[in-house]
Ligand binder design. Structure first.
Ligand code: NAP
Length: 267
């Protein structure tokens, strides 16, 4: 292993597009060395070139987070290169938003669980021995408002994001004694390539003001690290909706069934 660098180091999964790509730029701009992980190597190379051209440092670590061994290698490669890991942004994920009976058991259901849940758990597990030893570190797990609110069409996606929330809460209570922070990030709609992978033509058309940009969410993730907080749910207007859902679940069932499911499924 190389001698530890004096610069902080962040691993960002899902760095080839969307929130992860924007987060890599933000961390690099603020002086972090960034390890870029995702499957599409050419996208990561292009981002790394851009970061280096701007004076930053980036390492391309092509990784399929649904493969436990690949996740171990991602962490070890970063340690071999830079000798330290200060931040893990556990961001890689996708959703297949079709009715449950139309989801393929392996390609849609198992694949979402492997990437969104197991990938997050494996990556956190792999960086922890190092963070515990250095008595410092921050893991940011990217869940979703779907980790609080289960909507029709989101069965498996929501299940994975609820799982990330449970994992995040328990892990924080395990490792805070070592100075390791664990935060949950719960964004609503963000303008990224997410919608291209949902496996459905049915896309919700939302006014622009309702949709966050990946740059905004990347700044929020960065701020969660500089000013550690347990959890952040954005945008703000989701908070009353989540409050209503948790306090009036039966009414929430009725509203979603009456105004959403019935219209789509019984026409
Ligand atoms: N966009 C939204 O509205 C929204 C809202 C709430 C939460 N989120 C969450 O935010 C996170 C980022 O999504 P995004 O919106 O930025 O979507 P995106 O633009 O589609 O980015 C998803 C990223 O995940 C990576 N990824 C997917 N499968 C992977 C695998 N098996 N191994 C490694 N990387 C993988 C993709 O890279 P490769 O394809 O190159 O592997 C890509 O970099 C996800 O966890 C998503 O659930 C998104």
């Amino acid at each position: 292993m190389n001698q530890p660098t004096d610069k902080p180091t962040a691993i960002i999964t899902g760095a080839s597009s969307g929130i992860g790509e924007a987060a890599a730029r933000v961390f690099a701009r603020r002086g972090y060395r960034v390890a870029l992980a995702a499957r599409r190597r050419e996208r990561l190379e292009a981002l790394a070139d851009e970061i280096r051209a701007a004076g930053g440092e980036a390492l391309v670590v092509p990784t399929d987070v649904s493969d436990a061994q690949a996740v171990e290698t991602m962490v070890q490669t970063t340690l071999d290169a830079w000798g330290r890991i200060d931040v893990l942004v556990n961001n890689a994920g996708f959703g297949r938003l079709r009715w449950l009976e139309n989801l393929h058991p392996l390609d849609d259901i198992e694949a979402q669980v492997r990437v969104n849940v197991l990938g997050v758990m494996w990556a956190a597990r792999a960086v922890l021995p190092h963070m515990i030893e250095q008595r410092r570190g921050h893991i940011v797990n990217v869940s979703s408002v779907a980790g609080w609110l289960a909507a029709p069409g989101y069965t498996i996606y929501s299940a994975t994001k609820f799982a990330v929330r449970g994992f995040t809460e328990a892990l924080r209570r395990e490792v805070s004694v070592f100075g390791v922070h664990v935060s949950g990030f719960y964004p609503g709609p963000v303008a990224t390539e997410f919608g291209e992978h949902i496996g459905s033509k049915r896309k919700a058309k939302m006014p622009d003001w309702m949709v966050l940009t990946s740059e905004q969410t990347a700044e929020m993730i960065y701020r969660m690290v500089t000013r550690p907080r347990r959890s952040l749910t954005v945008p703000w207007w989701f908070l009353p909706i989540l409050w209503f859902n948790s306090h009036f679940p039966a009414l929430s069932d009725w509203v979603q069934t009456r105004f959403y499911t019935r219209r789509l499924r019984l026409r």
